[in-house]
Design a protein around this ligand. Structure first.
Ligand code: UDP
Length: 413
């Protein structure tokens, strides 16, 4: 029941030579006023996907600057995660709504989890829709401030599902979205816009030499002398792994020996993932130059890092995307990056300046050729991409934004 995730320790001082000193100074100043504030983050999974990734760094850093932060993961069985996956897809625009029976399942698990939400928190931060109904079901935390942190794009939702959730959203004291475009129409309480960030000091994003990266990639049977295109993402229709395979097939006659790696972790709250994984394997038709790998092949953070560092180009060919942390990760490694022109990706990639934005497998294949044909300009773009990420999308900036929100909400200043 609502397990507590042990996040270990992180130190803000370790970011000293990676981000601007002014940013670190502002964090210290804001944190001084928030010392001892009891904050609880709640989400649906401790592993897989962007939210877990962010909390793994954000929560220990909050603790390091003096906040009493916890991360708790709600309990659910497959029937609950099936429903929340349908809700997730519907909020991103799928026409499949949820039935009254599914609504009851959603409410039942939230009620169950609310019963286990012991603890005396000043602020509860609920991530994404799965735990949304906790707020109305936790009378013991009636006086806490509740924030709903939405990591998905609600700009074109299934109206029935949004209207079902709307009264729950309205119960929150504030809401946080990645981008202004993601905020749905209507009365949404105290909206704050905060894009996510990556942690440059995790095994996934720390500096890794090209030799070490090549060694790791070589262990998976790839030919280190031939070019590599990569996409790292869940096996999900919106991430378009089949479109990536199409782009690879179109580009391959022009890029001799091209290999493709598709890396996707299987999250415990993503039952659809398996189905789409199998479809992707089938679509690859046994091509021995397509490598489909996952955490089940022992591809963890360090291995993702190695593939990103070693790849000649990294793609995130999404047709719908919340933010696209994989884009941030690739740009931070100064890799030529191709992204679908959707969601948070254009916030990160300025087409032709810091990377390539594409709308189809054909455009993607074209950009792949550009990168291979003009390596110097591709490298210059990638370097600009890295500096853009340094300035905008590293964890200390995210921490600073959260401290500002907590300050405003608790009126500690
Ligand atoms: N990820 C990973 N291993 C994988 C696939 C994905 O570690 O096999 C990570 C990826 O590096 C990124 C996160 O999962 O940090 C995915 O976040 P993103 O915002 O790209 O997509 P989401 O899954 O949240 O829609």
């Amino acid at each position: 029941m609502l397990s507590r995730i042990n996040v270990g320790m992180k130190h803000l001082a370790d970011y000293h030579s990676i981000v601007a000193h002014e940013l670190l100074a502002e964090i210290t100043e804001l944190a001084d006023e928030l010392r001892g504030l009891k904050v609880c983050h709640i989400n649906a999974t401790s592993f897989g996907g962007g939210v877990a990734e962010i909390l793994t760094s954000l929560v220990p850093l909050m603790n390091d600057v003096g906040i009493a932060a916890e991360w708790r993961v709600m309990f659910g069985r497959e029937e609950f995660f099936q429903v929340t996956k349908t809700i997730h897809n519907a909020l991103q625009g799928s026409s499949t709504g949820i039935t009254p029976t599914e609504q009851r399942i959603f409410e039942r698990y939230n009620l169950l989890n609310a019963g286990g939400l012991d603890g005396d928190y000043d602020v509860v931060i609920v991530h994404d829709p799965q735990p949304l109904a906790l707020r109305g079901n936790t009378p013991t935390l009636e006086n806490a401030k509740w924030i709903w942190r939405c990591h998905i794009d609600l700009s074109d939702p299934n109206p029935g599902v949004l209207e079902y959730l709307r009264p729950m959203i309205e119960g929150y004291d504030a809401t946080v979205f990645h981008m202004a475009q993601y905020v749905p129409q209507g009365n949404i309480p105290n909206v704050v816009i905060v894009p996510p960030a990556i942690d440059p000091l995790t095994p996934k994003n720390m500096a890794l030499s090209s030799e070490d990266a090549a060694y790791i990639v070589g262990q998976f049977g790839l030919d280190l002398t031939r070019p590599l295109a990569l996409q790292v993402s869940r096996f999900d229709p919106w991430k378009d792994p089949l479109g990536v395979i199409d782009a690879y097939r179109l580009a391959r006659p022009h890029i001799p020996g091209l290999q493709l790696a598709l890396i996707g972790s299987m999250a415990s709250d993503d039952p659809e993932g398996w189905e789409y994984y199998n479809r992707t394997v089938e679509y690859a038709q046994g091509d021995s130059d397509i490598f489909i790998l996952s955490n089940l092949n022992n591809v963890g953070g360090l291995e993702v890092n190695a593939f990103q560092v070693h790849a000649n180009m990294v793609m995130q060919k999404s047709t719908r995307e919340g933010f696209g942390l994989t884009v941030t990760e690739s740009m931070w490694k100064a890799r030529p990056t191709i992204g679908g022109n959707t969601g948070g990706i254009p916030l990160q990639i300025e087409d032709g300046v810091t990377g390539y934005l594409v709308r189809s497998p054909e455009e993607c294949a074209h950009s792949m050729r550009e990168i291979m044909d003009h390596p110097r300009s591709a490298a210059a773009m990638a370097q600009r991409g890295k500096e853009h990420v340094r300035a905008e999308f590293l964890t200390p900036r995210l921490l600073r934004d959260w401290l500002r929100i907590l300050t405003n909400l608790t009126h500690r200043q």
